[in-house]
Design a protein around this ligand. Structure first.
Ligand SMILES: Cc1cc2nc3c(=O)[nH]c(=O)nc-3n(C[C@H](O)[C@H](O)[C@H](O)COP(=O)(O)OP(=O)(O)OC[C@H]3O[C@@H](n4cnc5c(N)ncnc54)[C@H](O)[C@@H]3O)c2cc1C
Length: 429
């Protein structure tokens, strides 16, 4: 009898360095690559915002379409089914004899709980279930400390990790996959689309799935060598090349951080190593840090008091004030430019994210979590730990030894937008 496995894709939408997929191919005769489009989960609201705004949905759909094409090229397909993961898995289980379900280990608390529930039900039906850590640069089991004793402060974490841990080599992409024929009644409408008009003012490169991501990485590093100047330019506000623009692909797992790490190392060998080449890895380490901290504090990052238990934070939410921030209609035109950019494109630079977050918390005196929830809905690169971790940090309830980061908007404007070029781009319409 054929052994059939299911690979339940979530935010690991790639073929390269995908250990989960490789393991499934190794252990089975046939694989059903599956993604569940769960509208209920995506639309659940927090503070009135939809979890996944239209820009995020449109990008996800594009990435799924591309993954389907890639899987097709090696003999398979991507089965995208609308519905809850457990319901979809149950439906497949009643049509196929499934040996095992393979998926990615989750970092967000709700996704972790969903995996636990799936595991319980599958095991009760005699089907194996296994999760793999595939999204960090350093594998969790290679860290020189347990999850419970991860340092609370980034610098301490970084120094120990840089000294004592090694980034594993990425695994190769599969070249062949066998997938069972899916009967017509198991298919459901996957030809839905979203109306996402790319704003020509956007700083983002052309969006697509894994092939676009790999091309962009190669262009940023080897073709154009922008990496050589990354440390000097990374705080700029506008343009495609001042920072790497990798985050939207990292958020859906179209790129592996391990792969990026080793490409940077190759660049250092073949082209040049300097402070900038190190700095990209330094920033990716921030991403790892927030992910591991989330494992340590799975619930506290969503609380007003954060991981520090600081109970003095403002819990006020004034809907008019909030709407002025969201729509870029506050008294501050510098902040407004960034909020308009975010609304139109799903992206704004790291420097502007810090400034608008600080403005909402300290100038408009609103509950920091409402800002984080809006970013969750709107950011094309939304990542649970990077988003809530950065917001908590600025609010002074996260991994920061200081008690918060208030940015002086006038000073920031003087330093980064003296000639108001950035504001002219976004405030004209
Ligand atoms: C309030 C706030 C919310 C944020 N929300 C998110 C989010 O939801 N998703 C997200 O990926 N990043 C988030 N960031 C971090 C950072 O702003 C983005 O990663 C970065 O702007 C993406 O652009 P880039 O890829 O060109 O970055 P680059 O400067 O080129 O950095 C390279 C990569 O390093 C990582 N990185 C850089 N800075 C940070 C950081 N401060 N924290 C964690 N990782 C970092 C990202 O993966 C990024 O793609 C947030 C920052 C702030 C201040």
């Amino acid at each position: 009898m054929k052994r059939i496995g299911i690979v339940l894709f979530t935010s690991d939408l790639r073929l390269h360095d995908n250990f989960t997929l490789l393991q499934a191919i190794k252990e089975n005769d046939e694989i059903i690559p599956l993604f569940c489009w769960d509208e209920v989960f995506m639309n659940r609201t927090q503070f009135g915002f939809s979890r996944m705004g239209e820009i995020r949905k449109a990008f996800l759909k594009k990435v799924l379409d591309d993954l389907h094409i890639q899987l097709k090229a090696i003999g398979g397909y991507l089965l995208v089914k609308k519905g809850n993961q457990l319901d979809v898995l149950n439906e497949l289980l009643s049509n196929y004899r499934i040996f095992k379900v393979y998926t990615k280990k989750q970092v967000g608390i709700e996704e972790k709980r969903a995996n636990e529930q799936i595991k319980k039900i599958l095991i009760s039906k005699g089907v194996d279930f296994e999760e793999y850590s595939t999204s960090t640069m350093y594998h969790p089991s290679d860290l020189p400390f347990s999850m419970k004793s991860i340092p609370e402060v980034f610098t301490k974490f970084r120094k120990i990790v840089e000294k004592e841990a090694v980034v594993r080599m990425p695994v190769a992409s599969p070249t062949k996959i066998n997938s069972p024929v899916i009967s017509k009644d198991l298919m459901n409408a996957t030809d839905f689309s979203f109306d996402f008009k790319f704003d020509n003012r956007s700083a983002l490169p052309k969006l697509g799935g894994e092939p676009a991501a790999l091309k962009h990485l190669n262009d940023y590093l080897f073709e154009n060598q922008h990496l050589l100047h990354y440390k000097d330019t990374r705080n700029e506000l506008h343009g495609c090349d001042f920072s790497s623009k990798l985050s939207q692909w990292l958020s859906l797992g179209c790129l592996s951080t391990k792969f990026i790490f080793h490409e940077v190392k190759r660049f250092e060998k073949e082209v040049k190593a300097n402070e900038s080449t190190y700095w990209l890895i330094f920033e990716l380490l921030w991403r790892d840090f927030f992910r591991f901290s989330f494992k340590k504090h799975p619930l506290d990052y969503f609380q007003l008091h954060g991981i520090l238990g600081n109970s003095e934070r403002n819990a006020k939410i004034n809907s008019e004030v909030l709407a002025s921030w969201v729509n870029g209609e506050t008294p501050n035109s510098f902040v407004n430019a960034s909020m308009k950019e975010l609304k139109a494109t799903g992206w704004t630079s790291n420097r502007m994210r810090q400034i608008v977050a600080s403005y909402l918390i300290y100038d408009l005196e609103q509950d920091w979590r409402v800002g984080a929830a809006y970013f969750e809905s709107q950011l094309i690169d939304y990542d649970v730990s990077s988003n809530w971790g950065n917001w908590a940090y600025i609010a002074g309830v996260g991994n920061d030894p200081r008690s918060g980061r208030k940015f002086n908007t006038d000073k920031q404007e003087e330093q980064y937008d003296k000639d108001k070029c950035y504001q002219k781009i976004w405030n004209t319409i």
